[in-house]
Each structure stands twice: as structure tokens, then as C-alpha cells.
Design a protein around this ligand. Structure first.
Ligand code: ADP
Ligand code: ZN
Length: 744
């Protein structure tokens, strides 16, 4: 063999050009080879433009090409790299992370790369833009200072000149408003200067004086940052125990060490308040990253992270894929949140990928929660993660008293077509009379979750999904909460022709608001849901109004469960505590506990004691009992035992295959074929299904699901790969792999 290799090497002509492997942000299984033109230096990580058929696409140099590799394009046919973009190369750890996530999630690496370079515009470099600054002098005669215009002037008073699009995005108006102000001479066009535009957070600013347990926790985290090695730590503490103050100390340590830090938050917790809080602690706002960032800001942020100018990013799950040159710390706040799981495109769990990123980068990661996931607790128990507990609320604030209202009892049941039990009504009356605030929680947007015909019982269903249409009275529309389909409420029933026969069944937040207004006509009521949130600004306004006590009663969905601190809020009522428990999902108990615990945590956060009422038909379930008794650990032990017995995560591993397509019969057949080809011969594996997926029809596609369960120590990816390779999937049918599905 040695002889042969020698011969082969001798026979190989000297390469005419260097070749590089370039990963394209497209669903190919591998990078492609391209030639490196002489004189063009192409270190790994370079962002380049290459030809692909008739197109020019961008990509990233993934390494050296090997002309002797099987199937390699011969030198003569090699297409050249067209140009290299003027950007710092993608760091090695970021490239390894892309490969790792691709392998773990069984996705083509190009799809992961696309998330990492979600801003191809960033490649183009700063275009010549016009920025606008404030013109000095008085406002011209006849120039009316609308609230939008005033906001723009305020923004410019506080910051550097910015392009019209950016100003407009910040002020919540169109760029035309900015340009009109320039035309009127109120704003001054100036050439855009590049330079530091992200204020630098100061790691040397002092935080509050920490309590002894907080100080010990902070010290442990500081040591982990200083060690500059991989470690994972669970920071577990009740709401209000100071977890945020403690992890701020770790960020300060990373900043002092000159390294970057990343805080991952669930998208809805990424509020202006959380950024403001950061700004107060570090003297500068962090860079923000989420899916709704306006493109110019997105581009600038991406570039500033890549150049190292941005020191701290606070972002949603996709912030994990930014090209940090020197990330030194990752915090995952609310680590238990299902929002960290991305269900479309690349299916991944950002918390788990964050742990992998920390491992690859040899840096510490801190997972923060008041109600940690069973996965994280199991890792802590097994010693894979360190653990820090903060058992007490800061300042001695007491946990609220939690009362279960048993709706099965006739005296506790609300009057017909009403949703608030007499006990809860009385508590609301007392709270409002005492000049305090109350919050009613119902995780259901709209007026009613179901609309049916009184005459024939026909239910209005989404034409594209297995879901009822939800009536929204404010917008006077019916809506599907899964695909966004909307329609007017029909005048007559499409089934029996009866006129005006539709009635609303069950409560949504709008309907609860109606009941509350009827009960307390003088109370100032606000509804907070993702419908009423016309962006983060509207949300902030409502939050500010609650804080200023301009609101007495707040009604909302889970958007208001997160992180807000309302000193006068002493009563929380959960209208339907059982809502998340229906359906066959084994995760339902855990999820319901986490959500309701968090909602309950809104009550009585300062000196006034809080009260929580949960309306339930199942007061005897472990979830409800644990919530009432403040016995989280008993509940978790119960859940863990059930999972252990069924070998479900975190005590076993799962992979889901979702088979979907427009034609039900083809989908069914493909699912059955997959079922037959499943690895039945391996006793350590179990295959469940095919069964209808949690949403059996979604956006017009029929969906079946198969679950593969294996023991904890076994990687399921190779099993899934072999399984899929053995089955021919007909055209028009898609099989989506979901490693570690959230619901099971
Ligand atoms: P958690 O993140 O655990 O919910 P926070 O860090 O948000 O807790 O703390 C709850 C509230 O108590 C916040 O307003 C915070 O600023 C305040 N707080 C916590 N610890 C201290 C401290 N040592 N000194 C002053 N205020 C504190
Ligand atoms: Zn739909």
C-alpha cells in the first residue's frame, strides 16, 4: 500500500492553482471546491463570492481542497473564487459550531450557515448612506412637531447621526418622515461616518451590594469566567432572588477580562425593560439581536460583533450563531422556556446548542431558571453541570399564598357564560378597594377559542389546519393561530343556512376583559397579548402605565408572565389553570408547572404580600398540588420518576420523524412504509407510531409522526440516517427530523 501511495504521489501533477472548499448557505450536503486565483489570500473563514451555475452566490471558505479526494472536480474544470469580502474571517470555533449543529440536527451544513450569516447584506460593506443629524436653530414656521417627529429629534439628541431607515425604525415611523424633516431643514444630511457606534459597557461599574448567598454565587461564577475553560452551571433560584444581579457579575468579569458575552433570552422576554436594566448596570445598552431587527441595524450589529466592537449581545436564540471572535461567557436565562426550541427550518434547541458552543469554545455557560427543565436538573444531578441555589427572595419578600379554586364545586363555579368564580371576584373586589393591582392570566388570545352554530352545531374550522378559528372581537375577524388564516364571521351557517346563529364558546382574554368591565365598571383595565403588542414600544407603554398605577387590572396571555416587576400587584388570578394539561403530551405537566409558577411569581414582589388563585377542574393533580404547596421539588421528583419509568427524556433519548405532504393518502403510505422499515430488530430501540402529529393538518399539509426512543447513552442520529436511507420517500412528501422533540 505504501508503494502504491508513493507512485500515486509521483504521478500527480503539481496543482495549477490552490483549491479551497467553500460552504454555501444552501441545502447541499458538503462544501464545494473552488480555485483560489493567484494573489488572492483565502484563509479559512474568508467570506467569498463564487459562481454556482449561472448565479453568483456567497459562501465561506471551509478549508483546503484536496484534488485527490474521491469525486473531486479536476483542476481543469475548477471554477475560481470571484472575490473575497472585506470582513474578518469567520472564526474557527464558529465554523466548527456550524458543522456540529448540522451533524447533531441532521441538517445540511449550508442551512446552518445561512442562520450564521443571516445578513448577506453585511457582506457588501458599508454602502454610502446619508445620515441625518439635528439642524441647530428654531423650527421653521408652520412646521408641526408631531409625536413621531419629536421622537426623531429626541433620538438624535441622545445619539449620533443615523441613516433614515434606522431612525425611522427606532422611532416607529417610515423613512419618508425623516426625509421630509430633512427637506424642511429640521434635520441636516451628513455623510455617514463609520466608527464605533455601539456604546461600550463598563465591567468596572459597581453593582448593588449583594446578600451573602448572592455574593457567594457571584464569586463562583467569576471564578468560572476567570478559569477560561468549559463549564456548565445551573443557577437555580425563585423569582426575585437576584439571579439577574448575580449573572451580571459574571458578565462584568468577562468584560474586565476583555472578552465578549452573550445573554440568550426567550424572544418575548427580550423587552426594552430588560435592555434598560442592563444599561443601568453597565452604563451602555447591549447590542440586541432577534428576528425582527430592522435590516440596517441587523447588518451593523452583525459586523460589529464580527469585528469585536460589540462586547455584549442580548438576544433570542439565533444570537448563538453570530461570529463572535472572542466569546468568553454564555448566559441562558429562563433556560426551561420552550421558545428556545426552533421548530422550523433547522430544528434545534438553543439551550442545548449553547452548551455545545460553550464546549467548543472552552468557555463557561450559565443556565438560569426558577423552574429548571428536567433535562438540566438531570444533568446537574449527574454532576455534568455545577449547581448554584438562591433559595430566598431578595429583601425577604414572601412567596404569594396560592389557593386552588375547585370549579367542580357548585358554589365555586362561575355563573353561566362567565369565567370568574365568586371567590376570585371577591378577591378582585378587595384588591381594587385596597388600591392595589390585579392580574388575570389566560393563555388564549382573542374572544373565544371556538365558534359554533346554535342551530346545527357546526364548528368553524381553519381550512388549512386541524384547528378551530378563534374569534377576535377587537379586529372583528376570525383567526387561525397556527397559519394566520383570517375570515369574517359568516352571516349564515355554511352547513345549515341558519342566520346569525353563531355563538362563542369558552373564554379568551377579550371575553374575560368584557366580564371584568361588567363587574368593575370603574376599574382601569388593559389587555396585554401579542395581538395588542404593536411592537415592543406598545408593550413598554402598557408596562409603564401599570407601573405608574394608571392600570388597575391587567388581563393577558403569557407575554406578561415574563420578568416584569410591578410593585403594587398583589393578586394574580389564573382563569383556566388546566389549559395546558389537555392533550396527550408527556411534557404538559412540566410545562404547566413552569408557566403557572412564573405567572404566580408576579404577585407580591415587594413588601405587600401577594395572593394567587388558580381556577381548576383538577385540584388533585401533582401539578396543582405542588403549585399550592410551593413544593416544586416534590413535583419535579414525581415527574422525573414518571419519565424514568417510561424511559422518556431526560432518561432516554427521542428523535421524531414528521412526515408531511398535501395528499393525505401519500403521506399515510409514506409514514407506514417508514414504520415498517423502522429498526425493529434492535431491542434497545422502540418505535412509536406512525400517529397523527400534534397538529395533524398544518398549513394545508397532512402530518404524521413517528417517534424513535433509545437509551440515554446512544446517539440516535446514525440510527435515523440508516432508517431514512432504507426507505424511498415519494415526491411531494417531506420527512423532517426532530432530534430531542420538545413535545412527546
Ligand atoms: P431574578 O432574576 O432571580 O428574578 P432579580 O435579579 O431580577 O431576580 O432581582 C429581583 C429584584 O430585586 C430586582 O429589582 C433586583 O434589582 C433586586 N435585587 C436583587 N438583589 C439585590 C441586591 N443585592 N441589592 C439590591 N437589589 C437587589
Ligand atoms: Zn390555519
Amino acid at each position: 500500500a505504501a508503494e502504491f501511495r508513493l507512485e500515486a504521489e509521483d504521478a500527480r501533477p503539481a496543482p495549477a492553482a490552490r483549491r479551497v472548499r467553500v460552504l454555501l448557505p444552501l441545502p447541499f450536503p458538503e462544501p464545494f471546491d473552488y480555485g483560489a486565483p493567484p494573489g488572492l489570500d483565502l484563509p479559512p473563514g474568508s467570506y467569498v463570492e463564487v459562481p454556482l451555475g449561472p448565479r453568483r452566490v456567497f459562501g465561506v471558505v471551509w478549508g483546503e481542497g484536496d484534488p485527490a479526494a474521491p469525486g473531486a472536480v479536476p483542476d481543469a474544470k475548477l471554477k475560481p473564487v470571484l472575490r473575497r469580502f472585506d470582513l474578518p474571517p469567520m472564526p474557527e470555533v464558529s465554523r466548527r459550531f456550524v458543522d456540529w449543529v448540522a451533524a447533531y440536527t441532521m441538517t445540511p451544513p449550508g442551512n446552518v450557515l445561512r442562520m450564521a450569516v443571516s445578513v448577506s447584506a453585511a457582506l457588501e460593506g458599508p454602502r454610502v448612506l446619508t445620515a441625518y443629524g439635528r439642524a441647530d436653530g428654531d423650527l421653521p414656521d408652520g412646521f408641526k412637531l408631531s409625536p413621531q417627529r419629536r421622537r426623531i429629534l429626541d433620538l438624535l439628541a441622545d445619539g449620533p447621526p443615523r441613516p433614515a431607515a434606522e431612525l425611522a425604525a427606532e422611532a416607529g415611523c417610515t423613512p419618508a418622515v425623516v426625509r421630509a424633516m430633512a427637506d424642511a431643514g429640521v434635520l441636516l444630511p451628513v455623510p455617514l461616518r463609520s466608527g464605533p457606534r455601539f456604546a461600550v459597557p463598563d465591567g468596572a461599574l459597581p453593582g448593588p451590594t449583594l446578600s451573602p448567598p448572592q455574593a457567594a454565587a457571584a464569586e463562583t461564577l467569576r471564578e468560572k469566567v476567570a478559569a477560561g475553560a468549559y463549564s456548565a452551571t445551573l443557577l437555580d433560584g425563585v423569582t426575585g432572588s437576584g439571579k439577574t444581579e448575580v449573572y451580571f457579575e459574571a458578565i462584568a468579569a468577562a468584560l474586565r477580562a476583555g472578552r465578549q458575552a452573550l445573554v440568550l433570552l426567550p424572544e418575548i422576554a427580550l423587552s426594552p425593560q430588560s435592555l434598560d436594566r442592563f444599561a443601568r448596570r453597565f452604563g451602555a445598552r447591549p447590542a440586541e439581536w432577534h428576528s425582527d431587527l430592522p435590516p440596517p441595524l441587523r447588518r451593523n450589529t452583525w459586523r460589529a460583533v464580527a469585528s469585536g466592537e460589540v462586547r455584549v449581545v442580548v438576544g433570542a436564540r439565533s444570537a448563538l450563531f453570530l461570529p463572535y471572535p472572542d466569546l468568553g461567557l454564555i448566559i441562558v436565562d429562563e433556560e426551561h422556556e420552550p421558545a428556545f426550541k426552533q421548530e422550523e427550518g433547522v430544528v434545534y434547541h438553543a439551550r442545548d446548542m449553547a452548551v455545545a458552543r460553550a464546549h467548543l469554545g472552552r468557555i463557561p455557560i450559565v443556565l438560569v431558571s426558577a423552574t429548571p427543565s428536567l433535562e438540566t436538573l438531570a444533568n446537574a444531578e449527574a454532576g455534568r453541570y455545577g449547581r448554584i441555589d438562591l433559595p430566598d427572595r431578595h429583601g425577604g419578600a414572601e412567596l404569594p399564598e396560592v389557593t386552588l379554586i375547585d370549579l367542580r364545586r357548585p358554589d365555586a363555579a362561575p355563573p353561566p357564560r362567565h369565567w370568574l368564580s365568586p371567590v376570585l371576584r371577591d378577591a378582585l373586589t378587595e384588591t381594587l378597594a385596597a388600591g392595589e393591582q390585579a392580574m388575570l392570566f389566560l393563555n388564549r388570545r382573542g374572544y373565544a377559542p371556538l365558534t359554533l352554530c346554535r342551530a346545527c352545531g357546526h364548528r368553524l374550522q381553519c381550512p388549512n389546519c386541524t384547528a378551530w378559528l378563534v374569534e377576535h372581537r377587537l379586529s372583528r375577524r376570525l383567526q387561525c393561530h397556527h397559519c394566520g388564516y383570517t375570515a369574517r364571521l359568516p352571516d349564515e351557517c355554511p352547513q345549515c343556512g341558519a342566520e346569525g346563529s353563531f355563538v362563542a364558546c369558552g373564554p379568551g382574554v377579550e371575553r374575560v376583559a368584557e366580564e371584568v368591565t361588567e363587574l368593575f365598571p370603574d376599574a382601569r383595565v388593559a389587555v396585554l397579548t401579542s395581538d395588542t403588542l404593536l411592537g415592543p414600544r406598545a408593550m413598554q407603554e402598557t408596562v409603564e402605565r401599570v407601573k405608574a398605577h394608571e392600570i388597575d387590572l391587567l388581563i393577558g396571555t403569557q407575554v406578561m408572565a415574563k420578568g416584569h416587576h410591578f410593585p403594587l400587584l398583589t393578586l394574580v388570578g389564573v382563569v383556566d389553570a388546566d389549559l395546558g394539561l389537555s392533550g396527550g403530551d408527556l411534557r404538559a405537566g412540566e410545562r404547566t408547572f413552569q408557566l403557572l409558577h412564573q405567572v404566580a411569581g408576579r404577585a407580591g414582589r415587594e413588601s405587600r404580600p401577594g395572593r394567587v388563585f388558580l381556577q381548576t377542574h383538577m385540584p388533585d393533580t401533582p401539578v396543582m398540588r405542588a403549585l399550592a404547596a410551593h413544593d416544586r421539588d416534590a413535583f419535579l421528583a414525581h415527574e422525573a420518576e414518571a419519565r424514568r419509568q417510561t424511559e422518556m427524556p431526560p432518561y432516554g433519548r427521542l428523535a421524531a420523524l414528521i412526515v408531511s405532504g398535501e395528499d393525505e393518502r401519500t403521506v399515510e403510505q409514506a409514514a407506514l412504509r417508514l414504520g415498517r422499515a423502522a429498526p425493529h430488530d434492535r431491542p434497545e430501540l422502540t418505535v412509536l407510531g406512525p400517529a397523527p402529529a400534534p397538529l395533524a393538518i398544518l398549513r394545508g399539509r397532512h402530518r404524521r409522526r413517528l417517534l424513535l426512543r433509545g437509551p440515554k447513552g446512544l446517539a440516535l442520529q446514525p440510527v435515523v440516517a440508516d432508517w431514512l436511507a432504507a426507505v424511498e420517500i415519494p415526491a411531494g412528501v417531506r420527512v423532517q427530523v426532530d432530534i430531542d422533540p420538545y413535545s412527546f
